[in-house]
Design a protein around this ligand. Structure first.
Ligand code: SF4
Ligand code: SF4
Ligand code: SF4
Length: 303
């Protein structure tokens, strides 16, 4: 059978792809946030044994692929997987499986609970048609284990540090342990003319190193939430994502920004043009302005 068979062409849209070898297919499976139960893993193993060649390939986006499945076995294999709640993944110009790190549920460094966000994004957008492939990732903190800035939309746990002068012993350690040298000491600039420590908003990556490591507890968490990143991609023309908004404090605002970003891409994106390349064509500031307006959020000076 060939791709001119409309039934197989349709299968291609739901995570089944032709292999190099004639009549062999790859079955790409969905694992939202990289999660599968032991029962699902057992069923995947059974299906790989029965319909593939007894093994799986783990993709770079937390997906599981069964290779070497013959065309006539695709449907029975899909049904066997579906019975265990294992869904097919996506390929082509649509929203792919949502990636997430463990987040604050199990990781000591986590600032946000990543998995509920990944599941919500999956429910809202998975497999939706887009101008090109579209990837979303949720990462619990600035360690960025899921590489949020290589995704079309990235959500990263973030804190905004706040300096409390009364607790500070002026030891100077924070200046050296800030990973991006965002902290500076200013002489005579405190409220009573004494020193003060400041974090430069532009350079700060909202990582919580200062609030965790200050021996006197003088750096504290001011605000906590999500940094929303847009327009990241790897592939042939890589582009790191741009910050849409540094600290988003509510889920409502997070989802409004994501929805507005997706609408903006659907409206302006050319066929096969990645979101980030569209942003470069139109201009980052124009796109940010449109997204913020569409999200109907109150205007603030800095995003
Ligand atoms: S990104 Fe942060 S929260 Fe997520 S796994 Fe890495 S260190 Fe943990
Ligand atoms: S590490 Fe803490 S105590 Fe030391 S200078 Fe920085 S804020 Fe002050
Ligand atoms: S939050 Fe991180 S990047 Fe920002 S000032 Fe503190 S240590 Fe530096």
């Amino acid at each position: 059978m060939s791709n001119s068979n409309p039934e197989l062409a349709a299968l291609g849209k739901v995570g089944m792809m032709r292999q190099t070898q004639p009549d062999y297919y790859v079955m790409r499976l969905k694992a939202v946030g990289g999660d599968l139960s032991s029962g699902q893993l057992a069923r995947i193993a059974e299906v790989a044994e029965r319909y593939g060649r007894g093994g799986v390939h783990l993709s770079t986006r937390q997906g599981v692929e069964i290779h070497y499945v013959r065309s006539q076995d695709l449907e029975p294999a899909r049904i066997a997987l579906a019975e265990a709640g294992v869904e097919m993944g996506a390929c082509g110009p649509r929203v792919r499986s949502i990636v997430a790190c463990p987040g604050s549920e199990t990781c000591r460094l986590g600032v946000i609970d990543t998995k509920p966000i990944a599941r919500e994004l999956d429910a809202r957008y998975f497999k939706q048609e887009m101008p090109s492939k579209f990837k979303l990732a949720v990462t619990g903190c600035s360690s960025n284990c899921t590489k949020a800035n290589e995704n079309d939309i990235g959500v990263r746990g973030a804190i905004e540090p706040l300096w409390e002068p009364a607790s500070c012993t002026d030891c100077g350690l924070c200046v050296s342990f800030c990973p991006v040298s965002a902290i500076g000491r200013r002489d005579g600039e405190g409220s009573g003319g004494e020193f003060r420590y400041e974090s430069d908003e532009e350079s700060c990556i909202n990582c919580s190193v200062c609030s965790s490591l200050c021996p006197s507890g003088a750096w504290v968490v001011g605000r906590k939430g999500y940094t929303v990143l847009i327009g990241g991609t790897m592939g042939r023309i890589p582009r790191f994502a741009s910050v849409l908004k540094r600290i988003v404090e509510s889920d409502e605002e997070l989802y409004a920004l994501i929805e507005a970003s997706i609408r903006c891409y659907r409206e302006h994106g050319l066929k096969k043009e990645r979101f980030g390349h569209m942003i470069d064509r139109i201009g980052l500031e124009n796109i940010k302005e449109e997204i913020i307006e569409q999200a109907e959020l109150p205007r603030v000076e800095k995003y």
